[in-house]
Structures are given as C-alpha cells and as structure tokens.
Design a protein around this ligand. Structure first.
Ligand code: NDP
Length: 495
C-alpha cells in the first residue's frame, strides 16, 4: 500500500465494526463523560454499526460495579429530566459493554485485552477484524507507557487504529515535547486525537460560523476597529475534592493554556481555506505563533480565602497548607501580526467567585467621529455560560428620548435548551468526530507546543524563587481588587 493510501485509510470514517477500549474505565472521566457520550451517540444512531465497548482498568469490578460506572451519570440525567429515560437503549448499551481487568505496565494485561477483542471479532463480527479506538481516560503520566503497550499488543494495521488522549498534555514546553515524542515513536499524528472538550462546545464551534459565514462581521475584527479582546471564565465553586490534582496544575494550566487559549485562537485566527482537518489548525497555529510569551508584569494572581461559610483553598485536606497555587489568574497577551498588533487580549479566570460565567468579547473602538459622544463601547460577545448566547452591545437611541440620548442595549441570539446539555454534548460531538476521522476539532502536536511556548516562561517565573504570592480574596467574592487596576491599565470597559 502506498503512503497516501495508508494515510487515507488512517484518516477515513469508521462506518462499522468498531471496538472502543476505554482505559481507566474505573475513573472519574470515564463515568462522567466518556460512557455518557458513547451512550448518547448510540441513542442518536451515531455510533458505527457493530460497535463494542471494552472498559479496561486495574481495579476489580463486578458486573454490578461496572454497571454502576457505565450508568452513573446517565441514570442521574434521566432522573433530573436532562435526558429521556430509555430502558431499551440502556439494555442495548449494557450488552455492548464489557469490563476487562488488567495492569498498564505488563504485556499480559494487553494480551488479555487482545484475546477479548479477537473473541468479539470471531464470535460477533463474523470473523471480520475490527477498527479500534483506544481512549485513554487515564492520568497523563501513564499515556506514554499505555500507548506503547497498545501499539505492541493491540494495533492491527489492516484496519483503523485511533488513540484518544485528554489534556493536560504535559506541564510545560519540555515536558509536553517529551510526552509527544514518546507517543510519536508508535503513533502517527493522524491516528492521535487530543481532546480539548472546549472544541466540542457549541458556542466555541459557533464562532466559526459567526466569523466566517457573515460578511458584515469579519471585516470589523482587526486592529482598525477593535480596542481589546477579553475572555472571562469565572466559576462559583472552589477546588473542593479535586485539590490534589488542582494544586499540581493551578488555574493557568487547568484552563488557560488549553481551553481559553483554544477559544482565543479561534476568535483571532485568519479565515481558513476550508474546514478540513489541517486548514483550520494551520491558521490556529499561525496565530498562536504570533503571541509572544506573557510578560511577568502583565499578571494578577489570587487565591481564595474562607468566605460564604466555605473553607479557604489551603484548608482543603488535599491541599498543602503553604500552597501558593493560584485559584484566580488574570493576564494580558499580545498578538504580533498585521491583523491584531496593538490589541491586548485580556484573560481572567478563577474559582470560588461570585458568579459562574464564560464570555469572550471584542470591545470596539469609539466611533471615529463621535457625534453622540457615546462612552460605552460597542462590543460583540460570545457567551458560553450561564446562558449560551451571541450578542452585540450597541449604542441605540434611548426609547422616547426627547433629544438624542443613547443607551447601550443588546441585539441577541440565544441557544435555547443548550444549558441542560452542558459538557455532555461537547463530549458527544468530540467522540463522534473520532469515529468520523474529523481531526479539525482536536489539538495538533504543533498547536500544543505553540500553546506551551506562550506560557512556559511565565510559569517558570511564578514557580521560581522570586515568584509572586497570590493575593487573597474571599470565597464567593468578585476576586482580588487588583484585577480592576489591571483592567484600567488596558482601558477595559467596566460592565
Ligand atoms: P482518575 O484519577 O479518576 O484516573 C482514572 C483511572 O486511572 C483510575 O480510576 C485508575 O484506575 C487509573 N489510575 C489512577 N492513577 C493512576 C496512575 N498513577 N497510574 C495509572 N493509572 C492510574 O482520572 P480522571 O478520570 O479524572 O481523568 C482521566 C484523564 O482525563 C486525565 O488525563 C485528566 O487530566 C483528564 N481530564 C479529566 C477530567 C475530569 O473531569 N475528571 C476533565 C478533563 C480532563 P485503576 O486503578 O482502576 O486502573
């Protein structure tokens, strides 16, 4: 087979005969997101014909325990009315799934898995070999080893093989490179699907349409018209229960270097030639490469103290008492290219704050000839939370005004019903795209590296001997006061 046809085969859609192996099947991601998304794809008829799902992990799990893990979220969603109860589909799903227990570091475990896959192929697929999707719902420290073991024991080159992994992809540029290089020893880039579930979020996907399907919008999105871009992600809850994981990563690594930077690259990339796997990612990488490392002085860090009857971050049992990990971070980025030079991109994200929101805003400059002397800038906002929407903040004639007074009002597009679907829909979209072979919504290797290059020097400074101590703010408050000084510095409008 020529290289081209091998590549075509690797990147094609899986239409039928698929075995999906979920490694780490006993864990949190598997029960919260992977199994529910696979179930949703089944209910919607979007799984390849003849799909089987194998859960694999070290833990001993009886059939009942595995059943609990499979349906943990699905039953809750049914109870709360988020999805329609469907006993027949649940039964069908249960029959498709089986648990295989084994280690991650010994060939015997993967050979046992192979035996089960061969059994399925021989007994249930009329002897046909299956396409194989390996989903690593595992801590990143085990990605290299497990992907190597799979290649050695479970890869079948006559069919499609896909490796699905989830962020975080390393902790900085070098760490990420080491992880990527090690996986690349066994797997080709077009077989690797790096999930950032934000890329499956409806309002993130909506940005492409907003920008590239409306001639009246795209010409405004550049330094001629835009004063600043701001991205805000605030969570009401703290790190409760996830303190161990969070303390190792912190706010910037948890959401900044991945989800929020992905959103920024889509907001600011040049229009792609097409929506194929590489055109979009080429343009995202171009814009990421135009962003220089963040300056140490363009940063505010905070850490939540007690408030609202809730414990402080460091009082959580899973967090070291002297932790300097930031639970609030704000920073400014520059984009040094023709389109965006001089337009600051301001990012703010934090936990245990007064509200749960995620917005992305283009703040427009004042009119060149400001006859109405308007002070509120017009803005184009894409909002993920709390209610997904796209709206323009516009200066309009104040209703029933006797003179020519302006008011700032919204022209809005909302997405009804979307809130209920939450991340579930994002995972459904993302995993559905693994079967389709549509890699455009996954993070390419050069994209991850370019993302880390923006943050690595800043993270070294934060974690170095002269790193800043995060400012305390009360749980449930609007965060450190310093954020407002910072926003003034960049002329960011106050909401
Ligand atoms: P867990 O910590 O729940 O681990 C998943 C499973 O991996 C465990 O059930 C355990 O299974 C096995 N495991 C745990 N520790 C180790 C270890 N040190 N070495 C090998 N295996 C181990 O992780 P999550 O399910 O929360 O996350 C999985 C992946 O998804 C991670 O990369 C995480 O960063 C990412 N992620 C998770 C999110 C979430 O909401 N949970 C959100 C976004 C990303 P067993 O011992 O039975 O083999």
């Amino acid at each position: 087979m020529s290289n081209d046809s091998q590549q075509d085969q690797r990147s094609g859609a899986i239409e039928e005969d698929a075995i999906v192996v979920v490694f780490g099947a006993s864990g949190d991601l598997a029960k919260k997101s992977t199994f529910p998304a696979l179930y949703a794809l089944l209910v919607e008829g979007l799984l390849p014909a003849n799909t089987r799902i194998l859960g694999y992990a070290r833990s001993k799990m009886s059939d009942e325990k595995f059943d609990e893990q499979l349906f943990w979220k699905i039953r809750d969603d049914e109870k709360e009315g988020h999805i329609k109860a469907n006993d027949a589909k649940k039964e069908e799903f249960k029959k498709m799934c089986k648990y295989v227990q084994g280690p991650y570091d010994k060939d015997e475990g993967f050979q046992g898995l192979e035996k089960e896959m061969r059994r399925i192929e021989n007994e249930e697929f009329d002897g046909k070999r299956a396409n194989r999707v390996f989903y690593l719902a595992l801590p990143p420290s085990s990605f290299a080893q497990v992907s190597h073991m799979i290649k050695k024991n479970n890869y079948w080159s006559g069919k499609i093989n896909r490796l699905v992994i989830e962020k975080p992809f390393g902790k900085d540029t070098e760490d990420c490179r080491a992880m990527m290089d090690s996986i690349a020893e066994d797997w080709k880039e077009d077989e690797i699907y790096r999930i950032d579930h934000y890329l499956g979020e409806e309002m993130i996907r909506a940005i492409y349409h907003l920008r590239f399907a409306n001639r009246f919008i795209e010409p405004l999105l550049n330094r001629e018209h835009v004063e600043s871009i701001s991205v805000v992600m605030k969570e009401k809850f703290g790190a409760e229960g996830r303190g161990g994981y969070f303390d190792e990563f912190g706010m910037i690594r948890d959401v900044g270097q991945n989800h929020l930077l992905q959103a920024i690259s889509i907001l600011t990339m040049d229009p792609p030639d097409s929506m194929d796997n590489d055109s979009m990612r080429d343009n995202k990488v171009d814009v990421l490469k135009s962003i220089p490392p963040i300056e140490n002085s363009d940063l505010v860090l905070g850490q939540y103290a007690e408030g609202d009857g809730k414990k402080s971050y460091v009082d959580d049992e899973t967090v070291p008492d002297n932790s300097k990990t930031a639970t609030f971070a704000q920073w400014a980025m520059k984009i040094d290219n023709e389109r965006w030079k001089g337009v600051p991109v301001l990012v703010k994200c934090g936990k245990a704050l007064d509200e749960g929101i995620m917005t992305m805003t283009f703040n427009f400059k004042a009119p060149k000839h400001n006859v109405f002397n308007v002070s509120a800038p017009s803005a184009l906002v894409v909002r993920l939370n709390p209610e997904p929407a796209i709206y323009f903040k516009t200066n309009l004639l104040k209703p029933l005004s006797k003179g020519s007074e302006s008011i700032s009002d919204e022209m809005k597009y909302t997405v009804p019903g979307r809130k209920v679907a939450g991340d579930k829909l994002a995972y459904e979209v993302v995993i559905g795209n693994v079967f389709k072979g549509d890699q455009s919504g996954f993070v390419r290797e050069d994209e991850v590296i370019a993302s880390w290059e923006i943050f690595t020097p800043l993270l070294r400074y934060i974690e170095g001997p002269n790193g800043p101590t995060p400012v305390k703010y009360a749980y449930g408050s609007h965060g450190p006061e310093e954020q407002f000084e910072f926003e003034k510095r960049f002329n960011l409008p106050v909401d």
